[in-house]
Design a binder for this molecule. Structure first.
Ligand code: GDG
Length: 499
């Protein structure tokens, strides 16, 4: 197992001459007003969950878009702030976007075009010329922010996700030759050629991305899709032996690195001293009584399969009325991207289903579904994971899905059953989960029933195995493997672990 200190040492040793810079759209900490006072909050989302522990270990610079109304009040004249505020470990530089940029680049091109294009969730992507123009401008704005920080110094730039397809090329064009090592991690699925070819800006996107020295995906499957798309779309050489693309004398390595979570930290926090108190508060807040808890935790997004999950709960209670008053399904669902019409419709659909199911089965002091939209503090969330007998991850398509791994890491009691969509990247590693097809209500609801009635011995056997997997393949190992892959060093864990 690789720990935080090993990654720290590895970065110091191998990237010592280089500034370490991460670029993402979402920032790891935002400042907001609460009752007239400035408060620092952690936004929800997989990229932040994964990268924050890495940055705490590596002490680099993270450049991201501002998102909190009080952000500007706490940053210095270079738009920077040391974070986390109570125990600074790295620097956050904020980029300010105006309303039109946010609308066009974030809600428009990133999330109404690229997001549905890359996920097979049967939602049509919209490609609007003005959104694309904002996407270009914002990528340039981030390129300027990076260059403003690094000047002529050598730097390793680690770009996150689909918001920045053009950034690698913009940076390479602006920097001196050999000044930058640039790598990109793509957190969502990469689609097949058939799906990708509808994108009007496909060549610009591929050209931009192939300025990277390496592109990482969660799975081999996404790597193969990417290579196939490049092969069919651009004049280039695909080196199947080295798993790379060569275009105009520049080589881009394509590699699968399944992302993960900070197992040790989650495991520790889930059993913190105050966890008993948090547990009883949660039971009271959500009227959980003695019911068996089935838990869902997601950003409200059509890729996460939340209506499908509700339909499976409905079917479960239809087939097994003996579960009435014995179980409760608690969904923690933070609102996300609500300016996009599809998300508004999804929200209405979820509300309708929750009401319908509760109307159908509620008794005097019991309702089967509890839905909370508040962003839960992680101390509470980790205890809730541990309290839940079953965690339901029913994504229609997901790059990885960290909720699945967090649930496993929080179950220090080695109990609990993970019901996991076969279409989430995590299903490839967590094979001891109860795998379901979210589109198949019958099989899905049968999976839930099996999870609820699984003998203890079987539950423990599966959970122990999954915990070993997440413990071993933790977030520090992911980062170290990614970086060593990039530096073309043969990854030898023993070497990295020497203190
Ligand atoms: C993208 C890819 C890939 C959610 N609600 C609360 C809360 N969360 C946290 C969870 C988890 C994170 O948000 C969600 O991560 P996911 O991986 O499930 O999903 P995406 O945001 O879609 O992430 C995904 C990921 O990138 C990483 O590569 O796995 O496939 O789509 O950490 O815990 N956290 C807190 N309160 C909440 O209410 N504290």
């Amino acid at each position: 197992m690789l720990v935080k200190e090993d990654l720290q040492e590895f970065v110091q040793e191998k990237l010592d001459d280089y500034r370490f810079v991460v670029v993402s759209n979402r920032q790891p900490y935002e400042h907001v007003y609460n009752k007239g006072k400035i408060e620092c909050r952690r936004p929800s989302g997989g990229v932040i969950t994964a990268l924050d522990p890495v940055m705490k270990a590596c002490h680099g610079l993270w450049i991201a878009a501002s998102s909190g109304e009080a952000d500007h009040r706490v940053t210095d004249r270079f738009n920077k702030i040391e974070v986390p505020v109570d125990n600074p470990a790295y620097t956050l530089k904020r980029v300010w976007l105006n309303k039109q940029e946010e609308e066009g680049y974030y809600y428009g091109y990133s999330n109404d075009a690229l997001w549905p294009l890359c996920h097979t969730a049967f939602q049509r992507p919209f490609f609007k010329q003005e959104d694309w123009q904002h996407y270009i401008n914002v990528n340039q704005k981030f390129a300027n922010a990076v260059m403003e920080e690094i000047g002529t110094a050598k730097a390793f730039i680690w770009i996150q996700d689909y918001h920045f397809c053009l950034l690698p090329k913009l940076l390479k064009d602006m920097a001196a030759s050999n000044q930058l090592i640039i790598a990109h991690f793509w957190h969502i699925p990469w689609p097949s050629y058939e799906a990708f070819r509808i994108c009007p800006q496909k060549n610009e996107i591929l050209e931009g991305m192939l300025a990277n020295d390496m592109i990482g995906f969660h799975t081999h499957y996404h790597c193969n899709n990417f290579l196939e798309v490049v092969d069919r779309q651009l004049e280039s050489k695909i080196d199947r032996e080295r798993f790379s693309v060569i275009r105009r004398d520049h080589e881009t390595l394509i590699r699968p690195y399944p992302i993960s979570v900070d197992f040790e930290e989650i495991n520790r926090k889930a059993q913190a001293d105050n966890s008993q108190k948090i547990e009883s508060d949660l039971a009271e807040e959500f009227h959980l009584g003695n019911c068996q808890i089935l838990l869902g935790v997601d950003r409200i997004d059509y890729t996460k399969g939340i209506p499908e999950r509700l339909l499976a709960i409905d079917r479960l209670l239809e087939k097994h009325p003996e579960l009435i008053e014995k179980i409760v399904f608690l969904q923690v669902g933070v609102l996300s991207r609500i300016h996009i019409a599809k998300y508004k419709t999804l929200n209405d659909e979820i509300n309708f289903l929750v009401e319908k199911i509760n109307w159908k089965y509620s008794t005097d002091d019991w309702s089967p579904v509890i839905f909370t939209r508040s962003n839960m503090p992680s101390s509470k969330l980790l205890v809730l994971y541990r309290m839940a007998q079953v965690c339901i991850v029913s994504a229609l398509h997901d790059g990885m899905n960290l909720v699945a791994k967090e649930y496993v890491a929080a179950h220090y009691d080695e109990d609990g059953v993970l019901v996991l969509s076969q279409f989430a990247g995590s299903a490839r590693e967590l094979t001891e989960a109860m795998l379901i097809n979210p589109y198949d209500s019958e099989q899905f609801s049968d999976g839930l029933y099996q999870a609820l009635t699984m003998p203890e011995e079987e539950r423990r056997k599966r959970m122990v195995k999954m915990r070993q997997t997440v413990h071993e393949n933790n977030i520090f190992r992911w980062a170290a493997k990614f970086l060593s892959g990039l530096l073309k060093i043969e990854f030898k864990e023993q070497e990295v672990m020497v203190v």
